[in-house]
Ligand binder design. Structure first.
Ligand SMILES: [Zn+2]
Length: 415
């Protein structure tokens, strides 16, 4: 039997609304105290920073992308290395996403698909810019074209799980179909059914691989909840996936995926929290904006990931408690204060805005390193502070104070 007991989740406190909670996810590579922000290292590296930097800034886990690692260097390389954590020299817990999002959206002009769908066109084809077809979804899986060399590839639920087992992360996600908010209701229904059938296949393949690879640490599998903005579809997906059991194998947790409008985020997370079992963790894919993090934590999501803190850092955008600002602006040229007054990150302890401004203007590589350390620290600490406020029974006070200050000037620092 797979050593499933090495993965578990415990709830340590619950908000008065009965949804938001603190907890601990136990994995073979250590614990994650939740709510927690998971730092993204798409290609088995958090761009521009050392794993030690990531650990020092307080991150508990990292998340890599199955699609990118499948194309390059290939999952067998990570398997030979002893898994993702070993390969990238990160000793803590790791996540991989299923690759579904990238397979269906990367290089395929997904925004354009949105626009086309807006015009009332209903299709299960994801079309690239112009007329090149990059991805085609059918009931068995997805054909797609590599953005690296134009080669053709096939992803199915089984192939995604085989890749993710080779990558060896502690937490993996089931292969699901990505839809947009603009897809018709009818399409969302058929897509949800396809994702349900794929979830069964993922569980079956996960069970088989867990037994076959018993010599490796147990890898947890999260089912992915789709259903876009529709309450009945989201609730149905939660009920279907939480009841699913193949040869004794259930999902170990759940990912809340798919298209979510900002204003509905808390509501949708809340529906899912009401339907999903309390004793399994819930990961919300792809958010990092402060108001989204507070809403998601309040309504019962446990972990989050997003590329934004490091992506915007490389473009000189710096997060502070008073909103974001751009360190490339002229006002920073001779400002010898830290990126953020009072920040305890490595960058703010040792460097000035003037120095960061100079590095950015001179296109020095160190800029990305230092700016990323600040933004990742800032985001990880924000969620850590939310966790502490929850434990102290001060969530609402902290939320109102934080968001009131952060958005006082529309989320931008006034110079
Ligand atoms: Zn800082």
């Amino acid at each position: 039997m797979p050593a499933q007991e090495t993965f578990s989740f415990e709830v340590t406190s619950t908000l008065p609304n009965g949804k938001g909670r603190t907890g601990i996810i136990h994995t073979p590579h250590g614990d994650i105290h939740t709510p927690a922000f998971i730092v993204v290292g798409t290609k088995a590296t958090v761009k521009a920073v050392l794993p030690d930097n990531i650990k020092d800034l307080g991150a508990q886990a990292t998340l890599a992308n199955a699609f990118h690692l499948y194309l390059q260097p290939g999952p067998q390389i990570l398997d030979q290395a002893g898994g993702l954590g070993q390969f990238m020299n990160w000793s803590g817990p790791t996540f991989t996403d299923s690759g579904g999002f990238q397979v269906m959206s990367l290089g395929s002009g997904f925004k354009k698909v949105l626009a086309m769908d807006m015009a009332g066109k209903q299709t299960d084809d994801v079309l690239a810019e112009g007329t090149t077809r990059r991805a085609h979804v059918d009931d068995d899986g997805v054909w797609f074209t590599s953005h690296l060399d134009g080669s053709k590839h096939r992803f199915t639920p089984e192939i995604s799980l085989q890749i993710q087992h080779q990558l060896g992360a502690d937490i993996m996600f089931a292969f699901d179909e990505l839809t947009t908010l603009a897809h018709t209701r009818a399409y969302q229904e058929s897509s949800l059914e396809r994702t349900r059938l794929w979830a069964q296949r993922c569980l079956r393949e996960h069970r088989r691989l867990s037994i076959e690879r018993e010599h490796r640490p147990y890898q947890a599998l999260f089912g992915v909840i789709q259903g876009a903005q529709y309450e009945d579809l989201r609730r149905k997906a939660c009920q279907d996936l939480s009841a699913m059991c193949i040869d004794g194998q259930e999902f170990d947790g759940f990912g809340l995926g798919g298209a979510i409008e900002k204003e509905n985020l808390g509501t949708i997370v809340g529906w899912c929290a009401e339907e999903l079992p309390a004793n399994k963790p819930r990961h919300l894919l792809g958010i990092s904006e402060p108001d989204d993090l507070f809403a998601a934590c309040e309504m019962g999501a446990d972990t989050f990931d997003c590329v934004n803190p490091s992506r915007v850092a490389r473009n000189a955008a710096i997060y502070t408690a008073d909103g974001r600002y751009n360190v490339s602006r002229a006002a920073c040229k001779d400002d010898f204060g830290p990126l953020e007054e009072g920040c305890e990150c490595y960058t703010c302890q040792h460097y000035s805005r003037a120095y960061l401004h100079h590095l950015f203007k001179a296109k020095e590589m160190l800029f990305s390193t230092l700016a990323t350390i600040h933004n990742e620290y800032w985001t990880v600490q924000l969620v850590e502070n939310i966790r502490k406020a929850m434990l102290a029974g001060e969530f609402e006070t902290y939320r109102d104070e934080f968001l009131g200050r952060y958005y006082a000037n529309g989320g931008r620092v006034k110079f």
